[in-house]
Design a protein around this ligand. Structure first.
Ligand SMILES: Cc1cc2nc3c(=O)[nH]c(=O)nc-3n(C[C@H](O)[C@H](O)[C@H](O)COP(=O)(O)OP(=O)(O)OC[C@H]3O[C@@H](n4cnc5c(N)ncnc54)[C@H](O)[C@@H]3O)c2cc1C
Length: 383
């Protein structure tokens, strides 16, 4: 049965779709179509605390945290940025605080509160718990066919996130950049499972010039630095090599060996790197870990230092289904950044992760949702 419910349809009731409904005025003529509970995707964010934004108030500086979309976001963030995000949350009853590392969270540290507050603020909207399967443009209107019904809209906002939904819009002529996983653990060719569970702080990555924490896992590597590298290299093809300085503060080894001639090399190294890692490196170099320091010759010393300062890993893949966000999505060249309207299909708007924008960890991806939701709502209202 075809129903002429309302004029504005939003496919996807995640953070971007719901925020768009809020900025549209949350009226009865706005329909949100989602087969899942609205705003459920906010629940796991920030480890359940919801890192909703980042405390950077210069929009060009803020945009630097997006490997894809930096320039596109200038226009978006000039209209709606961090301050506006905090005001929006304040209006719907959410107080926020800035953590030491500049990440912003709700004071309750509970993403459920964000879900509840957002849904309260848009409860006048029409929620349709169905899965959109097809979009057709019929003259100036959109027909959305779901698994149960079909609906006609004058304007359509597409906010299905980054994990699916590209085929539906490709069929109506929307250009999509091939999606790739980003902010994800990386699978190494080398078997690093012996190092599983070891985390190291202040590691330097030679390929990107970035510094941060890494974690060895059963599949390879993870942790904040690795996530950031996965984001920067999201569009590189596999395999690729990474090189890490596991202990930048270790400046030469000879003086330390001279000062401790009768200590075991494994114990000396363990003062700088985790003991399991020092055993792993010595084993890799065929050096008995119980060798006394005075027995370590120049060649062995240099190869130990090389392993520590130039630790090489060949990355063969990213961890399947482990991505936090998607690199790729609707081609930004085909979206008007002043309105978020498609340049390819009039009356169709985008917001959130479905577009080819993705940021680092730190609240940047949700900031993209709030900002593009605002601009798309203004675009819908102005046309
Ligand atoms: C574990 C995890 C933690 C994260 N933590 C943070 C964080 O702390 N801070 C941060 O900034 N970012 C974080 N992110 C990223 C952030 O959650 C996403 O960028 C954000 O949710 C994207 O919002 P969205 O509304 O664009 O899409 P989504 O949140 O993906 O919502 C899209 C909605 O569309 C619906 N949908 C999809 N297809 C259809 C269809 N065919 N018909 C109907 N409905 C459909 C889905 O059911 C979903 O509800 C995290 C991501 C993950 C996975």
């Amino acid at each position: 049965m075809e129903q002429d419910l309302c004029k504005i349809g939003i496919i996807g009731a995640g953070p971007s779709g719901c925020a768009c409904a809020y900025f549209l005025g949350a009226r009865e003529n706005i329909s949100l179509i989602d087969f899942r509970e609205p705003m459920c995707t906010i629940l796991p964010t920030g480890g359940g605390r919801c890192n909703l934004a980042y405390s950077e108030y210069d929009f060009k500086e803020l945009a630097k945290n997006y490997p894809r979309g930096e320039k596109f976001l200038y226009s978006i963030f000039s209209k709606f940025s961090t301050v506006d995000t905090l005001e929006m949350f304040n209006k719907i009853g959410i107080d926020t605080y800035v953590q030491d590392d500049n990440r912003i969270f709700p004071v309750t540290n509970n993403s459920k509160d964000i879900q509840t507050a957002m849904l309260n603020s848009i409860k006048r909207c029409n929620f349709i718990k169905e899965k959109a399967l097809r979009i057709e443009k019929i003259e100036n209107r959109f027909k959305v066919v779901t698994d149960m019904n079909s609906y006609m809209f004058d304007k359509l906002v597409y906010a299905v996130g980054g994990h699916a939904g590209y085929e539906m819009i490709k069929r109506i002529g929307i250009s999509v950049i091939d999606p790739k996983p980003s902010l994800v653990g990386l699978i190494s060719k080398e078997k690093l499972s012996d190092l599983m569970g070891i985390s190291i702080s202040d590691v330097y990555n030679h390929n990107t010039g970035l510094c941060g924490d890494i974690l060895f896992t059963h599949f390879g590597m993870s942790g904040p630095l690795v996530y950031k590298i996965s984001s920067i290299k999201a569009r590189d093809s596999f395999p690729y090599d990474l090189e890490f300085d596991l202990c930048p503060k270790l400046d030469g080894l000879q003086d330390i060996l001279n000062l401790n001639p009768h200590k075991y090399i494994k114990n000396i190294l363990s003062e700088y790197i985790p003991s399991r890692l020092s055993e792993y490196i010595l084993d890799k170099l065929n050096v008995d870990s119980d060798t006394k320091c005075h027995m370590i010759n120049g060649r062995i010393r240099d190869s130990i230092l090389e392993e520590i300062h130039k630790f090489k890993v060949e990355i063969i893949s990213s961890k399947k289904d482990g991505e936090t966000v998607t690199a790729g999505g609707v081609d930004l060249d085909k979206i008007n950044p002043k309105t978020m309207e498609s340049k390819e299909v009039d009356g169709l708007y985008f917001c959130g992760e479905v577009i080819n924008v993705d940021g680092f960890c730190g609240g940047f991806n949700l900031q993209n949702c709030w900002s593009t939701a605002y601009v798309s709502a203004q675009g819908v209202l102005s046309n």
